[in-house]
Design a binder for this molecule. Structure first.
Ligand code: ATP
Ligand code: MN
Length: 162
């Protein structure tokens, strides 16, 4: 481990656990994917395990079932879960190649609430998010999901800028 990094970490109480287990929620946007390189480097700061999470927005499902028959909506939902798992598995492989243990999760719900819930459930040391996601509005400081995660979580949040 880099000397400067190990000194600054050990000077913080409980420092060796600061980055032990990381929650990495992704919406598969370019902004969220920028976090990957940072997570890989976090191994040098003591990260052992990464929980990779994608949240399927409950509100888009409700819209789907309102527009389509129940069976069509159900099939579309299954497909979304399947393609999310495939995409998460690709990222998981890259993290495993860097020597990290990885757990993948796909949840349905409101993205920020699921991120907060899983952070507690998995008892992570920190959460890493992109400052922006798929919407990526030019004049906006933070996306609404990252803004709520930073504001509402008691845990450390690392924000990777676009
Ligand atoms: P908005 O959604 O408010 O229109 P945005 O899409 O540009 O703006 P956010 O959605 O806040 O920005 O995305 C910021 C970060 O939050 C992403 O880089 C990602 O890490 C995380 N994130 C956003 N949506 C999800 C999701 N559905 N599942 C998992 N992580 C997400
Ligand atoms: Mn978004």
């Amino acid at each position: 481990m880099d000397l400067k990094l190990s000194i600054s970490i050990s000077s913080v109480k409980g420092g060796e656990k600061m980055f032990d287990k990381i929650l990495y929620p992704t919406d598969f946007s370019r902004n969220a994917e920028k976090c990957l390189a940072f997570v890989q480097r976090l191994r040098e700061a003591g990260t052992r395990e990464v929980v990779l999470l994608h949240v399927l927005d409950r509100r888009s499902f409700d819209l789907l079932s309102a527009l389509d028959s129940e069976t069509t909506a159900h099939a579309a939902e299954e497909n979304m879960v399947k393609s999310s798992l495939e995409k998460l598995n690709e990222t998981a492989q890259e993290l495993k190649n860097s020597g990290l243990a990885v757990k993948i999760r796909v949840e349905k719900g409101v993205p920020f609430s699921e991120i907060l819930k899983i952070a507690e459930e998995e008892d992570v040391s920190a959460i890493i998010v992109g400052s922006h996601g798929t919407s990526n509005l030019t004049e906006v400081l933070l996306g609404s999901v990252s803004e709520k995660v930073i504001r509402k979580s008691k845990r450390t949040v690392l924000v990777v800028k676009r």
